[in-house]
Design a protein around this ligand. Structure first.
Ligand SMILES: [Zn+2]
Length: 281
């Protein structure tokens, strides 16, 4: 059905101080945000994530993280820094990141993009084709140019030189272009470099140090929302959190040697040096 205001032209006439001009019709804004949401690659299970209805319970760090996430969305496109949400699985990190992403797409019409880090690396690898050298850039360009990027589950991919180079390219390009990124990770940011499951060991020295420059770190623990019964509420979440086994321990122990570089190699510290999708393994 055609729009009764603009007859689907996307422009509507307005008159102010006797001067007639045209402005964007509300239907155009509606269809634009619908398209932007479709293009953001938000997984179906997160499509209803919403900052306004995010359920919290008496958990100081979680409440603090939600507050800062709301402020980030309100300040967009000029928040001070991006966000890095850290904590064990199930506590709402991805939910919160997607809620911010949806909020700024809906309220500000920005180009947003969601990627699970492991999926992104897999897609970049799969596009390598010796006949079409631009294929990998078709994937990388929107990732580097999105107004807001959510990179979920950072550190989940086993590190290799190629993984680090590729992640450095993405993160450094976004940093240099002053584009904001929200990261989530299950790996604790401990100061102990020798722990193979600390964030720095999982992602490498260079990205870790860049992340601290470009992001506000929000670390929290909490109840696993995935275990909340259908009619459960705030009291259940609090009880689940209080009785959670190993409350401070992060799961998923690394197997095998640490391969991420904890120190930049000689003379290569600031080099983007990405060798392309062909090296992906
Ligand atoms: Zn219209």
């Amino acid at each position: 059905m055609a729009c009764t205001i603009c007859d689907d032209t996307g422009w509507k006439p307005v008159e102010a101080d006797g001067i007639r001009r045209v402005v964007r019709c509300d239907c155009w804004r509606g269809s634009l945000t619908t398209r932007l949401l479709d293009e953001a690659r938000i997984p179906p299970r997160y499509r209803r994530c919403d900052l306004g209805t995010f359920v919290t319970y008496p958990n100081e760090k979680l409440i603090g993280a939600v507050k800062l996430a709301r402020r980030f969305a309100a300040d967009f496109p000029e928040p001070r820094k991006g966000l890095c949400l850290i904590g064990p699985p199930g506590i709402g990190k991805t939910h919160l990141a997607v809620a911010v992403l949806r909020d700024v797409i809906l309220s500000k019409g920005v180009r947003g993009l969601f990627y699970d880090t492991r999926d992104l690396l897999r897609v970049i690898r799969s596009t390598y084709n010796p006949l079409v050298r631009t294929a990998e850039m078709d994937i990388l360009r929107p990732v580097m140019e999105a107004d807001l990027l959510v990179l979920d589950d950072l550190g989940s991919e086993k590190t290799s030189e190629w993984v680090e180079e590729t992640m450095n390219l993405i993160v450094n390009t976004r940093y240099n272009e002053r584009r904001h990124t929200i990261f989530t990770s299950n790996y604790e940011d401990t100061p102990d470099d020798t722990d193979p499951d600390c964030l720095k060991a999982r992602i490498g020295f260079r990205i870790h140090s860049r992340l601290h420059e470009m992001c506000e770190f929000l670390e929290f623990d909490g109840a696993d929302y995935r275990h909340l019964p259908p009619n459960g509420g705030v009291d259940d979440l609090l009880a689940m959190w209080k009785t959670k086994p190993n409350r401070r321990t992060l799961p998923v122990r690394a197997k095998g040697p640490i391969r991420a570089q904890l120190r930049p190699p000689e003379g290569k510290g600031r080099d983007l040096g990405w060798s392309g999708g062909k090296a992906g393994s």
